[in-house]
Design a protein around this ligand. Structure first.
Ligand code: CP
Ligand code: NVA
Length: 300
C-alpha cells in the first residue's frame, strides 16, 4: 500500500484539514505524557536549508509521542555526494517510519515521496510550506473560529508561503487578497487553479481592506540572499505597517511565519503590537505537526 504523504495542502480534504486543526488544539490543551502513539518510531529529517522552528517542533513532537527524530544534513550524508534521490529514499524509508525534507527544489520532495515506503512530509521547498499553514490555520481557528468565508490578505513576495496560502484558501474556502510588486507574483498555474478565491490588488492598502487576517513574509527567502538589495527597492511599498493594519477590519490579526526582519516587511510596531499573534503561531508548529504525525503514521 502506498503511504500517505504530506507534500502540499492539496493532499488534504477540507474535512481532513479541519480535523487536524481541531486535533492540534486538543493536543495542545490536553498534554498527556503517557500518550505515546509513536513509541519506538523514528523520523528522519533532511535539511538542505536552515531551520529553527521546523527542526525543533518536529524533534520535540516526536519526543512527546515516545518516538525520536534524526537530523540529517546533506553535507554529512551521501545525499550531498550525489547518491541518487531514488536510492536514498528507498534506503532511508526502509529504516525509519516517516521522513521530513526541507529542500531547495520542490521536485526533490516529490521524487523522494515517489520512492519512499513511509510517509514523506514537506518541511518547506522553494514552492510551498504546508506545515506552516497547519499552524497558521490552527492559530486563526483558536482566536476567531472557522476561517471559511473570511478574507485573508497576503502582502509581499509571491513565494512558497504565498503559494501555501493560496492552497489553504482553496481547501478551507476563504478569500485571499494578494498585493505583490510586479515581477514577484505567485506562480500563474497555482493562481489559476484557485479561481475566484484569489484576488490581486495594485497596492498593499487596497488589498488590506476588509481583511480579517494580514500576513507577510521576508522579502528575500533562503537562497535569495544575493537579491536582498534589489528586493529592498522592489518591495519598499509592501511593508505591513500601522496604516495597513488600520485599513483592515478593526479586529484583524497579523501573522508572519518567522524569522522576521523588523523595519523591512513589517514594522516593529505591528509585529510586537496587540494584533500580532506570531508567537502563538510559532508555538503551534509543535501542536499542528503532532496532529499531522499521528494522522500520517498512525492513520488517525
Ligand atoms: N517558519 C519556519 O519554518 O521557521 P524555520 O525556518 O525556523 O523552521
Ligand atoms: N519564505 C521563507 C520562509 C521561511 C520559513 C523562506 O523560504 O526562506
Amino acid at each position: 500500500m502506498n503511504p500517505r504523504h504530506f507534500i502540499s495542502l492539496l493532499d488534504l480534504s477540507g474535512d481532513e484539514f479541519r480535523a487536524l486543526i481541531h486535533r492540534a488544539i486538543y493536543l495542545k490543551n490536553h498534554r498527556d505524557p503517557d500518550y505515546q502513539p509513536l513509541k519506538g518510531k523514528v523520523m528522519a529529517m533532511i535539511f538542505e536549508k536552515s531551520s529553527t522552528r521546523t527542526r525543533i517542533s518536529f524533534e520535540a513532537g516526536m519526543a512527546h509521542f515516545g518516538g525520536s527524530a534524526l537530523f540529517l544534513s546533506p553535507r554529512d550524508t551521501q545525499l550531498g555526494r550525489g547518491e541518487p534521490l531514488q536510492d536514498s529514499a528507498k534506503v532511508i524509508s526502509s529504516m525509519v517510519d516517516c521522513i521530513m525534507l526541507r529542500t531547495d527544489r520542490h521536485d526533490t520532495v516529490t521524487t523522494f515521496a515517489e520512492h519512499s515506503s513511509v510517509p514523506v512530509i514537506n518541511g518547506l521547498t522553494d514552492q510551498q510550506h504546508p506545515c506552516q499553514l497547519l499552524a497558521d490555520m490552527q492559530t486563526y481557528f483558536e482566536q476567531r473560529g472557522d476561517i471559511q468565508g473570511k478574507t485573508v490578505t497576503w502582502i509581499g513576495d509571491g513565494n512558497n508561503m504565498c503559494h501555501s496560502y493560496i492552497h489553504a484558501a482553496m481547501v478551507l474556502d476563504f478569500t485571499l487578497h494578494i498585493a505583490s510588486p510586479e515581477g514577484y507574483y505567485p506562480d500563474a498555474d497555482i493562481v489559476a487553479a484557485a479561481g475566484a478565491r484569489v484576488k490581486f490588488f495594485d497596492t498593499a492598502i487596497a488589498a488590506a481592506e476588509h481583511a480579517d487576517l494580514i500576513v507577510t513574509d521576508v522579502w528575500a527567502s533562503m537562497g535569495q540572499e544575493q537579491e536582498q538589495q534589489l528586493r529592498e527597492i522592489a518591495f519598499r511599498h509592501y511593508q505591513v505597517n500601522s496604516d495597513i493594519m488600520k485599513a483592515a477590519n478593526a479586529d484583524a490579526l497579523f501573522m508572519h511565519c518567522l524569522p522576521a526582519h523588523r523595519g523591512e516587511e513589517v514594522t516593529a510596531e505591528v509585529i510586537d503590537g496587540p494584533q500580532s499573534i506570531v508567537f502563538a503561531e510559532a508555538e503551534n508548529r509543535l501542536h499542528a505537526q503532532k496532529a499531522l504525525l499521528e494522522f500520517l503514521i498512525c492513520g488517525k
